[in-house]
Design a binder for this molecule. Structure first.
Ligand SMILES: [Zn+2]
Length: 351
């Protein structure tokens, strides 16, 4: 099996840290995943309100330490409940990322472009509240992996998939539109054109190759191929058009899967194999397969393209993992982790 380096890994299931580590170990081995980037998701929306999981950042750093030297971690910005005092919050965001990037995180994950968070916070991605943060990331060449919008059909209840409807991911006029969210990103890029900005799920831009080309017109922008919506299947249907795009931007497209440590129930193997399997079928074969309820043809990328997308671009983007400040990691663990997770961290940190 060809080895892959996965840029897009989460750890949000309710599992102990020890179970998370052990399950990841098995899943990585079974899928040929050799390097990993753990992405923190400190906020999610419940009943229209953004909630904070204050353990996410430190868990990511711990997972990185546990899987070193093959692992990386991206931190997430911790938002206050209200965004009234914008000046003060802008300073606080800057202070946060200065800290994260000095204690061993390798970049920042932003879920802030997710429709439900945009609605809950009423905070567009190009709000000046983020300017000091973006400038710091741009000046230092640190990467941001950003989720923007969602599949276009989620804005139309007639067209949305059953999964999207069931998960409440269908958006009426009280949410910003997909076009507005994308426009926010372009306004950020106009102000910070050298930003190393990676859009997850191909930025949900498979609907519009011109838009994707515009995003690639900045020098340091990138896409990850993480399944969602399903962008790759849509592209395959117009592969004559998209193939030259992949050729042209082959240095700036990265492998990612939305991998998780899944709970070990009867669906475990299906759950963790689903997305890696789909990507390998898509990239490595030219035959027909089924993903969820959609059939698709593989595009059979050349070995040289696969080497870049599977591994080389990851290494070029992230280099060596930043060294971890273990004192910081322990202090944060003591501050936010539950007793059993904290005990596990204390017992295993130097092993
Ligand atoms: Zn994700």
């Amino acid at each position: 099996m060809e080895k892959v380096y996965d840029l897009h890994i989460h750890y949000t299931f309710e599992l102990s840290l020890q179970d998370t580590v052990e399950i990841f170990q098995e899943e990585f081995t079974a899928t040929g995943t050799e390097k990993y980037c753990f992405l923190s998701l400190p906020h999610h929306v419940v009943d229209g309100k953004a909630e904070l999981d204050k353990t996410q950042n430190v868990k990511g750093l711990y997972l990185k330490s546990k899987f070193q030297p093959n692992a990386y971690a991206f931190a997430g910005l911790v938002h206050p409940d209200e965004h009234c005092d914008q000046e003060r919050i802008a300073e606080a965001f800057l202070a946060q990322v200065e800290e994260y990037l000095s204690v061993g995180y390798d970049g920042v994950k932003m879920l802030e472009g997710y429709p439900s968070l945009l609605k809950a916070w009423k905070l567009p991605l190009d709000s000046p509240i983020y300017d000091k943060f973006y400038r710091f990331m741009e000046e230092n060449g640190y990467p941001i992996l950003m989720h923007i919008a969602n599949p276009q059909e989620n804005w139309d209840v007639e067209q949305a998939s059953l999964q999207a409807i069931e998960a409440g991911r269908v958006y009426d006029a009280s949410y910003p539109s997909k076009a507005e969210i994308t426009a926010q990103v372009f306004r950020v890029m106009e102000r910070f054109p050298k930003l190393k900005l990676i859009l997850a799920h191909f930025g949900f831009m498979s609907y519009d190759i011109q838009e994707a080309a515009r995003f690639m017109s900045y020098p340091n922008t990138l896409f990850d191929v993480t399944p969602g919506g399903e962008q790759l299947i849509r592209m395959q249907k117009e592969w004559v058009e998209w193939q030259p795009f992949w050729e042209k931007h082959q240095e700036r497209i990265l492998y990612g899967t939305d991998f998780y440590a899944f709970p070990k129930d009867e669906n475990w193997e299906t759950a963790f194999h689903r997305r890696p399997k789909m990507l390998r079928q898509f990239f490595e074969t030219e035959t027909e397969h089924v993903y969820l309820d959609e059939s698709f043809m593989g595009v059979g990328l050349s070995h040289s393209l696969r080497n870049k997308i599977y591994r080389e671009n990851f290494t070029k983007l992230l280099g060596e993992p930043k060294p971890i400040d273990e004192g910081y990691l322990l202090r944060e663990a003591e501050r936010v982790l539950k007793a059993d997770d904290l005990q596990y961290v204390q017992q295993t940190l130097h092993k």
